[in-house]
Design a protein around this ligand. Structure first.
Ligand code: ZN
Length: 288
């Protein structure tokens, strides 16, 4: 991907190294650190992540705005990259909304966190992967996820861009009222139906990620050879069937919430090839 000269987004909220809750009484030396380790063990998080956070608190670190946070030195490029991709989604959707929907686009915020984070949708840990919270219209990402993506067999910058663009896809759904509609529907259906609905929602976010890539490339020529394959490979790697097979050795299609690898590839590709929002109606599609 050609991204290094791209614009950086102003909508990044850096919460890496921040305390979880003021009321937890953290930052009080060793007792605070012990509590932190207990929290970490309870949540199944690597305690070192929290220890680093505690050290920052103890040295009087308060602001999340500081650019140079030494413990995250290894994440600098990932942070830059994320900022550029976010900016590109802003520039792309700002054009597509009026052009294709006769609406205006509202930019989301992207929160960087380390280990654990509090969102308007609740408390989340990094192991859950990146997510979007419709209640505060923010995307949450722990940059370490990019390493996990590599471990899952999806290396490459465009694989990362696809993941960010997918989360932005959920923001598009919120702006279009789709998320809200699905939330209402969810209340009156059983679990199998809820999972099926969730799959449609996720595949649409994949399709929107493809729409972004199509239009970003048309305007700014971001894709290099091999990038599309990286994106498709990432869609394959994080399909429910692949992940279930890896974790439990067998597949239960009714429990899918994101779609199979094949479906994720198909919808991402659909958006990527056409560049049209209207081609992403996974809710009307007979075959997913
Ligand atoms: Zn999703």
């Amino acid at each position: 991907m050609r991204w290094k000269t791209g614009r950086r987004s102003q909508n990044i909220e850096d919460r890496r190294g921040l305390r979880i809750s003021k009321r937890a009484g953290l930052g009080g030396g060793s007792i605070g650190i012990v509590i932190l380790i207990l929290i970490a063990m309870f949540l199944d998080i690597d305690p070192r992540i929290i220890m680093q956070g505690a050290e920052i608190l103890d040295s009087g670190f308060q602001s999340s705005q500081t650019e140079t946070q030494p413990i995250f030195a290894g994440q600098e490029e990932a942070r830059e990259f994320t900022s550029v991709i976010l900016a590109d989604t802003e520039d792309t959707w700002k054009v597509l909304f009026p052009e294709q929907l006769n609406k205006s686009y509202k930019e989301p915020t992207l929160v960087l966190f380390s280990g654990v984070v509090q969102s308007a949708c609740g408390f989340a840990q990094a192991a859950m992967g990146p997510f979007y919270c419709p209640a505060d219209q923010k995307v949450y990402i722990d940059l370490d996820f990019f390493d996990d993506l590599k471990k899952l067999g999806a290396p490459g910058d465009f694989a990362r861009a696809y993941v960010i663009a997918h989360e932005i896809g959920h923001h598009i759904q919120t702006l279009l009222g789709i998320s809200n509609h699905v939330m209402t529907l969810r209340k009156s259906i059983n679990e199998t139906q809820r999972n099926a609905l969730s799959v449609r929602l996720e595949l649409q976010a994949d399709c929107f990620a493809g729409v972004w890539a199509h239009n970003a490339h048309r305007s700014r020529n971001i894709l290099e050879s091999g990038d599309v394959e990286e994106g498709l490979n990432a869609a394959t790697a994080i399909g429910d069937d692949r992940l279930q097979k890896q974790s439990q050795g067998y597949i239960i299609p009714e429990s899918f919430t994101h779609g199979s690898s094949e479906q994720r590839v198909r919808w991402f590709k659909k958006g990527l090839e056409s560049g049209k929002i209207s081609d992403c109606d996974t809710f009307k599609a007979k075959k997913l």
